[in-house]
Design a protein around this ligand. Structure first.
Ligand SMILES: Cc1ncc(Cc2c([C@H](C)O)sc(CCOP(=O)(O)OP(=O)(O)O)c2C)c(N)n1
Ligand SMILES: [Mg+2]
Length: 547
C-alpha cells in the first residue's frame, strides 16, 4: 500500500465519503493514485471555491471529514476563502494540496505557481487551519496523517496536508487509529452537576442550540436532553434547521433578536438560565439583541470548554458533557417544571396564490407548501436576502455560512450535500451569488446530481441596497438564468408571479436527473420581512450607540 492508499483509508475511517477537487501538475500523481485506488469517489468541479464549498457542505451536513484536493499555488490560493469560512464555522475540512517534489524544491529555481517563497502557501494556511503536515517522509507520514485528521475531528476545524508530487506512490505503513481524548472524569462530573444546579435554580431557563451540536453529531442526544429538561428550546441564527427532524416539543424557533419573534427574543434575553450548547457567540447570532444578553448568567459550552459565570471548565468536550447530563437527568421527570410554551408566530399561511408579483416571503410560502405536499428537503442557502427568507421556511435541515457570510456557497454546497448523502436539496441563492459560483451546476448531470435551484433574481445586491438605498453600485442587470440552464444540462423556468412559482416548483419536484433552475423575478427593493426587521434593528442599535 502506498501513501495515498493509507491516506484515503484514514480519511474514510474518519467519515469522509468522497473527495472534491481540481488537479494541476503538482497534484497529478496524487489524483492518479486517488483514481486508481477508488477508495473514495473523486468529483471534479470547475473552480476551487466550489470545490471548497462542496467539501465543507459534505462535512457540515453528513458529519465527519470533508475533503478538498487541489494543486499547489493557483489552486490552493483559490481555496482560501472557503477554508476560512470552514474555520470560522467549525467545519472539519481537509485540504490536500500537491506541492513541488524534493528535487524541484532543492533546484534553486523559482518554480511555477510559487509566490514569495516555497513556504508562502504553508504560511497562509497556518492562519486558516487547526493543524498541518507536509508529507515529505513516508516513515513519518502515518503519524502525521493520524495527528492532523484527528485534530480536524476533535476541534471541528479545517486542516492542511501538503503532498510533494514525488510522495503519493511511496510505500507507507498504516495510519494508526488513536484513542479519543478523555477529559478528567471528576472535572466533568463537577461541571455537569453545577450546570444542572444552575438550571434548577433558574426561574426562566432556556436552551439555545448552535452549530457544534451538528458538527459533533449530537442532535439526537440533545433532542433527548431537551425533552428531559422540559425547558423551551431555540436555535441560534447559525443553528437554524437544527433538531428540525427531532422530537422536541418545546422547540420554538430561531433567536434573531430584534429581527425575530419578539416573544421568543424576550424569553431568551431575560432568561436567568440561558444554556448555550455549541453556540458561536458572534455578532450574527447576538448583535441585534434588544437587550445585550448578559453572558455572565449564561452557561456556555463551546470549543471543548464550559463557562458558567466566573467558573471555567477548560476541558469538557461537548459530547462528553451531553452524556454526563443525560446520566443525571432521568427519562422519567423533566428537570424543571415544564414552562409555558413560548408563544410563537403561527405557521406561514399561504399568502397569495393568484397571479401577483412574487416577493421573497412568497418564495418561503411556496417552499413550505412544496414540503407540506412532498415531505421535508434539505436546503443549501447562500448569503443575501435568501438567507433571511430561509428564516420563514418551516424548520428543515439547512446549511448556510450564517456567520462567515461568504457568497457563492449555495450551489456548490448543494452539490456537496447530494454527493455525500444522495439527498436532493433545494438551493436558495441570489442573482449576485449565483454569478459567482452558480456555474458549478454545469457539473451536476455528469455526477448525477439534480438540485432544485431557486434564484432570487432582483437584479442587484439587495441586502446591501437595504442598507444603502440611494447607492447605484448595488444595481446589477437582470441576467436570464432560465435561458442558461439548458446549456449547462438542466431545465430553466422564468417565474414572474405566484401562480407561476407554484407550478414551476411542482414541475421541478417531479423532474429528476437534471437540475431544475427557477429564475424568480423579484422587484428591486422588495426584501424579506426578516431582512427588513434586521436592517431596522441594526439602524436602531447604531443610532443608540451613537447616543
Ligand atoms: C464573496 C463575497 N463578496 C461580497 C460579499 C458582501 C455582500 C453581502 C454580505 C452583507 O456580506 S450581501 C451581498 C449582496 C448579495 O446579493 P445577491 O446574491 O444578489 O442576494 P440579494 O440580492 O438577494 O441580497 C454582498 C455583495 C459577501 N458576503 N461575500
Ligand atoms: Mg440580488
Amino acid at each position: 500500500m502506498n501513501l495515498t492508499d493509507r491516506l484515503l483509508q484514514a480519511l474514510a475511517e474518519r467519515g469522509a465519503t468522497e473527495i472534491f477537487g481540481i488537479p494541476g501538475d503538482f497534484a497529478l500523481p496524487l489524483f492518479r493514485e486517488i483514481e486508481r485506488s477508488a477508495t473514495l469517489p473523486l468529483y471534479t468541479l470547475s473552480h476551487e471555491p466550489g470545490v471548497g464549498f462542496a467539501a465543507d457542505a459534505a462535512a457540515r451536513y453528513r458529519g465527519g471529514l470533508g475533503v478538498a484536493a487541489v494543486t499547489y499555488g493557483a489552486g490552493a490560493f483559490n481555496l482560501v476563502n472557503a477554508v476560512a469560512g470552514a474555520y470560522a464555522e467549525r467545519v472539519p475540512l481537509v485540504v490536500l494540496s500537491g506541492a513541488p517534489a524534493a528535487h524541484e524544491a532543492a533546484s534553486g529555481l523559482l518554480l511555477h505557481h510559487q509566490v514569495k517563497t516555497l513556504d508562502s502557501q504553508w504560511r497562509v494556511f497556518e492562519e486558516l487551519t487547526a493543524d498541518r503536515a507536509r508529507l515529505d517522509d513516508a516513515r513519518q507520514a502515518p503519524q502525521q496523517i493520524a495527528r492532523v485528521l484527528d485534530t480536524a475531528l476533535r476541534e471541528s476545524r479545517p486542516v492542511y496536508l501538503e503532498i510533494p508530487r514525488d510522495m503519493p506512490q511511496r510505500p507507507c505503513d498504516e495510519v494508526p487509529v488513536t484513542a479519543p481524548h478523555e477529559p478528567d472524569p471528576q472535572a466533568l462530573a463537577a461541571c455537569a452537576d453545577e450546570l444542572l444546579e444552575r438550571l434548577r435554580r433558574a426561574r426562566r431557563p432556556v436552551l439555545m442550540v448552535g452549530v457544534e451540536v451538528r458538527r459533533y453529531g449530537l442532535e439526537a442526544k440533545v433532542a433527548t436532553l431537551a425533552r428531559r429538561l422540559g425547558i423551551p428550546v431555540v436555535t441560534s441564527f447559525m443553528g437554524r434547521g437544527l433538531l428540525a427532524d427531532a422530537d422536541v416539543p418545546l422547540l420554538r424557533g430561531t433567536y434573531l433578536g430584534l429581527a425575530g419573534d419578539p416573544v421568543l427574543s424576550q424569553e431568551v434575553e431575560t432568561s436567568d438560565g440561558l444554556l448555550l450548547l455549541g453556540v458561536i457567540v458572534s455578532d450574527t447570532n447576538f448583535a441585534v439583541s434588544a437587550q445585550r444578553i448578559d453572558l455572565r448568567f449564561a452557561i456556555q459550552a463551546l470549543g471543548g470548554r464550559v463557562v458558567m459565570g466566573h467558573h471555567v471548565y477548560p476541558d469538557v468536550p461537548l459530547s462528553r458533557l451531553i452524556d454526563a447530563l443525560l446520566e443525571r437527568v432521568p427519562a422519567t421527570a423533566p428537570l424543571v417544571a415544564p414552562l409555558r410554551a413560548l408563544a410563537t408566530k403561527g405557521r406561514h399561511e399561504p399568502r397569495r396564490a393568484e397571479p401577483s408579483p412574487v416577493t421573497p416571503a412568497d418564495i418561503a410560502d411556496a417552499v413550505n407548501r412544496l414540503m407540506q405536499r412532498h415531505g421535508p428537503m434539505p436546503i443549501a442557502c447562500d448569503v443575501g436576502d435568501c438567507l433571511f427568507t430561509a428564516m420563514d421556511i418551516d424548520p428543515t435541515a439547512l446549511i448556510a455560512p450564517g456567520y462567515y457570510a461568504t457568497m457563492g456557497y449555495g450551489v456548490p454546497a448543494a452539490l456537496g450535500l447530494q454527493a455525500a448523502t444522495g439527498q436532493r436539496p433545494i438551493v436558495l441563492v441570489g442573482d449576485g451569488a449565483f454569478q459567482m459560483t452558480g456555474w458549478e451546476l454545469g457539473n451536476a448531470q455528469r455526477h448525477g446530481w439534480d438540485p432544485i435551484v431557486i434564484v432570487f433574481n432582483n437584479a442587484g445586491w439587495e441586502m446591501l441596497r437595504a442598507f444603502e438605498p440611494e447607492a447605484r453600485f448595488n444595481d446589477l442587470s437582470a441576467w436570464d438564468f432560465a435561458q442558461m440552464a439548458p446549456g449547462m444540462g438542466g431545465d430553466g423556468a422564468r417565474v414572474e408571479d405566484c401562480v407561476g412559482l407554484e407550478a414551476a416548483l411542482e414541475r421541478a419536484w417531479g423532474t429528476r436527473g437534471r437540475f431544475q433552475l427557477i429564475d424568480v423575478r423579484l422587484a428591486q427593493r422588495d426584501c424579506s420581512p426578516t431582512l427588513q426587521r434586521f436592517v431596522g434593528a441594526v439602524r436602531r442599535l447604531a443610532k443608540g450607540a451613537a447616543g
